[in-house]
Design a protein around this ligand. Structure first.
Ligand SMILES: Nc1nc2c(c(=O)[nH]1)N[C@H]1C(S)=C(S)[C@@H](COP(=O)(O)O)O[C@H]1N2
Ligand SMILES: [Mo]
Length: 345
């Protein structure tokens, strides 16, 4: 038990001190127009606030715990900004408004939304500063939303428009990737329920070909999937516990938050796969190829295993990038490095 544990929602792990991963888009849409924040929709007095005038208002400072859906958490980040409701109260939210949609200055029109009452209780900040300095561009500078108490995908970077709505407008990740619209980290509201029928799942498991399929949350625990082909498959949150995956071709598959505990994955190829938040505790990864795979928030061993060496079976034959190992949470990194001494620190 670490002293920080009670502050961490279920199945989250702390990033290394001082680290803050960049997730999703890294820069806003290129646009020459001066930055302004529009308050629109079901308000009595729609407004457009030039960024300079907003920055001139007295800033509120707040210390916030960040919890990303890909299982990393960063506690105690310090932000400076304005309370969203300072602007909403000025604009006069109409009684028909039930949702707030935040739209980003983003090439893909990135957005997210919150239920209005919940939003009021969470009291989001419109943030300009991090640790007393202007917010870094890749973290949403010059201006982003920070909503404490939700997975961080509810905190839009490069905020441009706040729209009050009667009906919800599902956000980018919520619509595209099935992220849960509730996003409560304490209840682990990471993903929507799976869309796959039991029969369809059985048929695919029998075929051993998942390539390029959307099989989010598929339950394949304890199955013999030796030699499975799952190139480019969407396998977020899938259950592969204790599976036989020897020699499987899993290149470019998305395993984010998938369960791979105690699976047999000798000689499997995870090349360029997304293993963010995946749990590989106890998995046999000898001869497996993880080059190019993203390992942010991945787990190779629980705390007991780190002490006793009973985590994932990895050694010098497990191919991994040094840069990906560096992304791991410190105890995971120690575990991996201890088993692959050839890679060094
Ligand atoms: N415009 C925009 N906002 C976004 C995203 C994005 O891709 N584009 N990603 C979201 C997700 S999934 C997370 S976890 C956080 C990441 O913020 P960070 O990169 O500052 O850590 O931003 C959220 N806001
Ligand atoms: Mo995220």
């Amino acid at each position: 038990m670490t002293p920080n544990e009670p502050q961490l929602p279920p199945n989250q792990q702390l990033v290394a001190a001082g680290k803050w991963p960049v997730v999703g888009e890294r820069a806003p849409r290129a646009d020459e127009a001066p930055w302004a924040i529009a308050i629109e929709g079901l308000v009595d007095r729609p407004a457009r606030h030039a960024l300079e005038t907003l920055c001139g208002r007295p800033l509120v400072e707040r210390t916030v715990d960040i919890h990303c859906v890909t299982r990393w958490s960063k506690l105690g980040a310090n932000f400076g900004g304005l309370r969203l409701f300072e602007l909403l109260d000025e604009a006069g939210v109409q009684s028909a408004a039930r949702y707030v949609s935040f739209v980003s200055r983003s090439a893909r029109g990135h957005s997210t939304s919150l239920q209005l009452d919940e939003c009021r209780a969470l009291d989001p900040l419109i943030v300009f500063e991090h640790e007393g300095r202007p917010l870094e561009v890749e973290h949403g500078g010059p201006v982003r939303v920070v909503v404490e108490g939700k997975y961080f995908y509810k905190s839009v970077k490069w905020l441009e428009t706040v729209r009050l709505l009667a009906d919800d407008r599902l956000g980018y990740w919520e619509a595209e990737s099935g992220y849960h619209n509730g996003a409560d980290p304490w209840r682990e509201e990471r993903y929507m329920a799976p869309s796959l029928s039991k029969r369809e799942a059985e048929r695919l498991i029998a075929s051993r070909d998942f390539s390029h399929r959307d099989l989010r949350s598929i339950d394949a625990a304890d199955r013999d999937l030796t030699g499975l082909r799952a190139v480019g498959a969407l396998l977020r949150d899938a259950n592969f516990r204790r599976c036989l995956l020897t020699g499987a071709d899993l290149q470019g598959a998305n395993f984010s938050n998938a369960h791979l505990e105690d699976c047999q994955a000798r000689d499997a190829s995870f090349r360029n796969a997304d293993l963010e938040g995946a749990n590989l505790n106890g998995a046999d990864l000898k001869g497996a190829d993880l080059r190019g795979a993203s390992l942010l928030g991945a787990t190779f061993s629980d705390e007991d295993g780190i002490e006793t060496g009973r985590g994932a079976r990895i050694d010098g034959s497990t191919r991994m990038d040094a840069a990906a190992i560096e992304q791991l949470a410190p105890p995971q990194r120690l575990y991996v490095e201890a088993h692959r001494p050839d890679v060094g620190g």
